[in-house]
Design a binder for this molecule. Structure first.
Ligand SMILES: Nc1ncnc2c1ncn2[C@@H]1O[C@H](COP(=O)(O)OP(=O)(O)OP(=O)(O)O)[C@@H](O)[C@H]1O
Ligand SMILES: [Mg+2]
Length: 217
C-alpha cells in the first residue's frame, strides 16, 4: 500500500530530516512509527501524504508513483488518505460539524450525504453531543477526536496519524489506539507516529524506529 525507496529529505538550511529511508507497509497493516523528538516522524508522514516532496527517492502509494502522476492529480490521491495532524489544524470558529464536513464539501459530496456521514462518524468517536460547539471551546481530548473524525469521514484507504495521543491522558490514549485498531479491522491501513514507547509495548504491532532520520529498527 505504501512503499518508499531511498527517500531523503533535506529542509533548506537544515540537516537531513530523513536519510535513505526504504520501507514497505502492506494493505491492511497497522504500523507504528517511533522515535524521539526530531527523529523525522512528521516528515515521513507528510511525504507519504504528498504534502512535502522528498529531496531524493521514490514513493509509491496505492500503486501510484508520486513522481509519475501529474501534480494536479495529487489532491485526488490524497482523498484516499486521512491525515490526523499533530496540532489538529481545526478551524477554531467552525463548529465540530463544519470541521468534519469540510473535506466532503470540497470533494463535492451533496449536503444530505454530508450530513449523514458526519453524523455517523461523530457518533463513532462519541462526539455527537458536541456537533454544534465551536472547535475553539473543546477540550484537548475532544479536539483530538474531531481531528480523527475529520480523517475518517472520507472513508480513506489509509489513515496517517501524527502523535494522535500526544494530548491525552493514558486512558484516553489507549481508547484512541483501540479506535484505530477497529478502523484497521475494517481493512483500512493505519500508520501511527508516536514517541510513546509504553503505548507501543501494549500492542503486538510492527514498529518502524527512526533515529536522526534513519530507520534503525
Ligand atoms: N519545515 C522545516 N524546515 C526546516 N527543518 C525542519 C522542518 N520541519 C522539520 N524540520 C527538521 O527536521 C527534523 C525532523 O523533524 P520532524 O518534525 O519530522 O520530527 P518528529 O520526529 O516529528 O519530532 P516530534 O516528535 O517533536 O514531533 C527536525 O530536526 C526538524 O527541526
Ligand atoms: Mg512530529
Amino acid at each position: 500500500m505504501i512503499r518508499m525507496f531511498h527517500v531523503s529529505k533535506n529542509y533548506e538550511g537544515g540537516s537531513f530530516a530523513l536519510s535513505d529511508v526504504t520501507l514497505k507497509i502492506a494493505k491492511g497493516e497497522f504500523v507504528f512509527i517511533t522515535g524521539s523528538s526530531g527523529a523525522g516522524k512528521t516528515t515521513l508522514l507528510k511525504i507519504m501524504f504528498g504534502s512535502e516532496a522528498p529531496s531524493e527517492g521514490q514513493i509509491i502509494i496505492d500503486g501510484r508513483n508520486y513522481f509519475k502522476i501529474p501534480r494536479a492529480e495529487i489532491p485526488y490521491l490524497r482523498r484516499r488518505i486521512g491525515f490526523v495532524f499533530q496540532d489538529f489544524k481545526l478551524l477554531p470558529q467552525g463548529t465540530v460539524f463544519e470541521n468534519v464536513a469540510l473535506s466532503l464539501k470540497v470533494m463535492g459530496v451533496g449536503s444530505i450525504e454530508v450530513k449523514r456521514r458526519v453524523q455517523k462518524v461523530l457518533s463513532y468517536v462519541k462526539l455527537s453531543h458536541r456537533a454544534n460547539f465551536r472547535a475553539a471551546v473543546l477540550s484537548g481530548g475532544e479536539a483530538q477526536r474531531v481531528a480523527i473524525a475529520r480523517a475518517l469521514v472520507k472513508d480513506p484507504a489509509i489513515i496517517l496519524a501524527d502523535e494522535p495521543t500526544g494530548n491525552l491522558d493514558p486512558h484516553l490514549a489507549v481508547e484512541t489506539i483501540e479506535l484505530f485498531k477497529e478502523v484497521n479491522g475494517r481493512g483500512t491501513t493505519v500508520v501511527v507516529a508516536t514517541h510513546d514507547s509504553t503505548l507501543i509495548a501494549r500492542y503486538a504491532k510492527r514498529a518502524i524506529g527512526l533515529e536522526s532520520g534513519r530507520v534503525v529498527a
